[in-house]
Design a protein around this ligand. Structure first.
Ligand code: UD1
Length: 373
């Protein structure tokens, strides 16, 4: 069986990595990888960490690229690869421009498409933009749907997908997380935390921040930055924010948060140091999807700076809370957790509803059994 795994951004590489590693060890499978390189530096770090050398690299990233430009690049350059390799299956994860264009190309060539992280929904066309529509389109073209949870499976069933085409696998991000969380804490993180005075029992607490979503560009990012600026007035916190390379993120963050006491802005971190920083955080403020899935493993409360989430399982479990981007709300919710130990303990639970670290096995078993059947 020939399988082509396609990825293009950092989170796709993290989530596909455990599957690609296991595919190459599985007898009877010829596995190849195509990196559209919708991201460049950010994805290369992840591929190095997981020791993956893609057979194909479309090298599509351009400074300030539009979604249309990325799409045009994938259409032009992935199609001949599908023609030459002629895989039995194409796999992709999630809801980016890379995923939606890949799923369409597979359809045009009548190659089966396996959609990983299928069935996530906000049911709001514009939130997140453009991901909600990208993942719905990927569902329409997919032949197998690897839903991370029973909730995402339910969404697919309600949309009329045949039950036998859906496999509940957990999210492979937890497989990836387990791979790096057990590795030693990188020296750069130990050094940074020592410099900031964050030791295990210190009165100072680490707040880890990430924010990069398209629907937060403009006013949302401005609001988030102003909220952080105010939170940083507290003497008992250190805010660490690795800043995404997108210019729409870089500009407001650097303008509002450079040289603010108790705020450390970093370049995007490699996955290994990011996971270790997450482990040491007392609180996470984020608009990222992956971090919502990862943080429950470490029992760290997450305030989600978005209006909607396609990952309600963590909210129901009480580990995540949606707080939007209004500065007063972000500050109020953060203070509640920092100042009220009972509120903090209520949210700091270590059960992870998104996966158990065995998603890659389940996905590959499903591919093998479907092909045999
Ligand atoms: C994309 C995905 C989003 C995902 C996010 C993860 C789409 C529509 N969006 O958004 O779902 O959550 O990736 O990061 O596919 N850049 C670099 N180096 C890099 C990566 C990005 O310089 O390694 C800069 C470039 O200027 C690039 C810009 O960031 O043009 C935006 O990258 P792009 O892939 O268009 O969108 P993201 O905002 O990263």
């Amino acid at each position: 069986m020939k399988i082509l795994s396609v990825l293009g951004t950092r989170p796709e590489a993290v989530k596909m990595a455990p599957i690609i590693r296991l595919l190459r060890e599985t007898a009877g499978i010829e596995s190849r990888v195509c990196n559209t390189a919708q991201h460049r530096q950010m994805i290369d770090q992840v591929l190095d960490l997981f020791e993956i050398q893609p057979e194909y690299d479309l090298d599509l990233m351009r400074e300030g690229q539009t979604m249309a430009q990325v799409s045009a690049g994938v259409f032009t350059h992935l199609d001949p690869i599908l023609g030459e390799f002629n895989p039995d299956w194409v796999l992709a994860v999630g809801d980016t421009t890379t995923v939606v264009t890949t799923s369409l190309l597979a359809f045009y060539r009548k190659i089966k498409f396996g959609h990983i992280e299928a069935g996530l929904r906000t049911h709001n066309k514009w939130h997140p933009f453009p991901e909600e529509i990208n993942r719905r389109l990927a569902t329409v073209t997919a032949d197998l749907h690897f839903a991370p949870t029973a909730w995402s499976q339910g969404n697919l069933l309600r949309e009329g997908i045949e039950p036998e085409k859906i496999f509940v696998t957990g999210n492979p991000v937890i497989d990836a997380l387990n791979y790096v969380a057990h590795q030693e804490e990188p020296k750069e993180i130990t050094g940074l935390l020592n410099t900031l005075g964050i030791t295990d029992h210190a009165a100072k607490r680490l707040i880890l921040v990430t924010a990069h979503r398209r629907e937060n560009f403009g006013q949302g990012m401005e609001n988030i930055c102003h909220a952080l600026r105010q939170l940083a007035q507290r003497e008992d916190v250190e805010i660490v924010y690795p800043v995404h390379l997108n210019p729409n993120v870089q500009e407001p963050v650097n303008r509002i948060l450079s040289d603010v006491k108790h705020v450390t802005l970093l370049p995007p971190l490699d996955y290994l140091p990011l996971v270790h920083l997450m482990k040491r955080a007392s609180l996470i403020l984020t608009d990222s999807g992956g971090i919502q899935e990862e943080a429950p493993t470490f029992g760290i409360p997450v305030l989600v700076m978005r209006e909607t989430t396609e990952r309600p399982e963590g909210i129901e479990a009480g580990i995540l809370k949606l707080v939007g981007t209004e500065p007063s709300r972000i500050i109020r919710e953060a203070k509640r957790l920092l100042d009220d130990p009972a509120e903090y303990t209520k949210m700091a639970k270590t059960a992870n509803p998104y996966g158990d670290g065995h998603a890659a096995e389940r996905i590959i078993n499903a591919l093998l059994s479907t092909s045999r059947g």
